[in-house]
Design a protein around this ligand. Structure first.
Ligand SMILES: [Zn+2]
Length: 132
């Protein structure tokens, strides 16, 4: 019975991409936007990353995404993947880096979304409508 209920719960919750699917997705994005020059060897979710959305180790081609991105729109996850893919080619956030990332058409929109998430998290509780 527990197994059955777990299965039902799993069907209802929003599907989260597995690490293999994430890696395939990153490969596809690299082909689409970076002429396949960024070569991700592995992409995986991590839960120990609370101040960054993603990180990478260029020497290994490994990319890590914060689990906090799970459940966010796909274009936001794709943006973070593209951001880390671009870092496999260009370290730092100089003009070269952003020029490369311009290839992903929803960069500005995704950055706005993530800035909104951060801003909302920092908001104090909004007082009641009566203004107490
Ligand atoms: Zn970066």
């Amino acid at each position: 019975m527990t197994v059955m209920l777990d299965k039902l719960a799993a069907q209802e919750s929003r599907r989260v991409l597995g690490d293999t699917e994430l890696t395939e997705r990153a490969e596809r994005l690299s082909a689409q936007f970076f002429d396949g020059r960024a070569r991700p060897a592995s992409v995986r979710w991590v839960t120990n990353q609370n101040t960054r959305w993603g990180s990478c180790t260029p020497a290994e081609g490994s990319i890590r995404l914060s689990h906090r991105l799970q459940g966010m729109p796909e274009y936001v996850i794709d943006y973070v993947l593209c951001h880390e893919l671009a870092h496999l080619l260009v370290p730092g956030h100089g003009a070269d880096f952003w020029r490369l990332l311009d290839a992903y058409p929803r960069t500005e929109r995704a950055r706005g979304y993530l800035e909104g998430v951060v801003a909302a998290a920092r908001l104090p509780h909004v007082p009641g409508a009566r203004g107490e």
